[in-house]
Every structure is written in structure tokens, then in C-alpha cells.
Design a protein around this ligand. Structure first.
Ligand SMILES: [Zn+2]
Length: 123
């Protein structure tokens, strides 16, 4: 009986050591996770600040053009992207959806067939 108690104690000790090392690993992962999240947050703030600076500079550039070709090129590119975005937004608004009468899936009103069940639409 003494022998069984000893091996039980050893088992408990072993389990405790294992649990401690799992807890250490979890703590380490937690710390690394926190560091990662913190780094990502700072990176995002930095990116936002750069973007804000760029936007401010863009607005100033529209008011008074500099003769810097690099900046002019970017300002033109932004202008084209803004036009593109506006057109994409207009297209999205005119894109209407309706539920398929057979299966209920929301599909474009322009579709002739449901891409979910293949039923003919518009009847
Ligand atoms: Zn359908």
C-alpha cells in the first residue's frame, strides 16, 4: 500500500509540474499575444497618421499646386481613384436584389436564373 501511495504522489507531482509548465506556456502565449496586439495597434495608428498627413497634403495640393512631379502624379492617381469609387458606388446603388421565388436566396434582379437553385426568375 505504501508503494501505491508513493507512486500516486509521484503522479500528482508530475501532473503539477506539467500543469505549471502549461500555465507558463499559456502565460507566454498570452504575453506574446498582447505584444502582438499592441504592435498591431501602434502600426495601425501610424498608418492612420500617415494617411491623415497624406490627405492633408492632398487637400493643400489641390488648393495650391506645387511643381513636384512625384506629388502631381499621386494627386492625379487619387483623383482617378475617387472618380472610380464614385462610379462604383453609383453602380452598387442601382444593383437591386430580390428573393428567389423557389428557394428564397437573394439574387440580382437582372439575373435570369437563380444561382442557388437554378429556377427561372421574374415569373
Ligand atoms: Zn433559387
Amino acid at each position: 500500500m505504501r508503494k501505491l501511495a508513493d507512486s500516486w504522489d509521484r503522479f500528482v507531482d508530475g501532473a503539477r509540474v506539467a500543469a505549471d509548465s502549461i500555465a507558463d506556456a499559456a502565460g507566454d502565449i498570452y504575453q506574446r499575444g498582447r505584444r502582438y496586439v499592441n504592435t498591431k495597434r501602434i502600426e495601425a495608428q501610424l498608418k492612420d497618421s500617415y494617411a491623415l498627413l497624406g490627405k492633408l497634403h492632398y487637400q493643400r495640393e489641390l488648393e495650391a499646386k506645387t511643381d513636384d512631379p512625384e506629388i502631381s502624379k499621386l494627386v492625379d492617381a487619387i483623383g482617378r481613384l475617387r472618380d472610380e469609387l464614385r462610379r462604383a458606388g453609383e453602380q452598387k446603388q442601382s444593383y437591386e436584389f430580390a428573393a428567389c421565388k423557389a428557394c428564397g436566396l437573394m439574387i440580382s434582379k437582372d439575373s435570369k436564373f437563380c444561382h442557388g437553385c437554378g429556377a427561372k426568375t421574374g415569373e
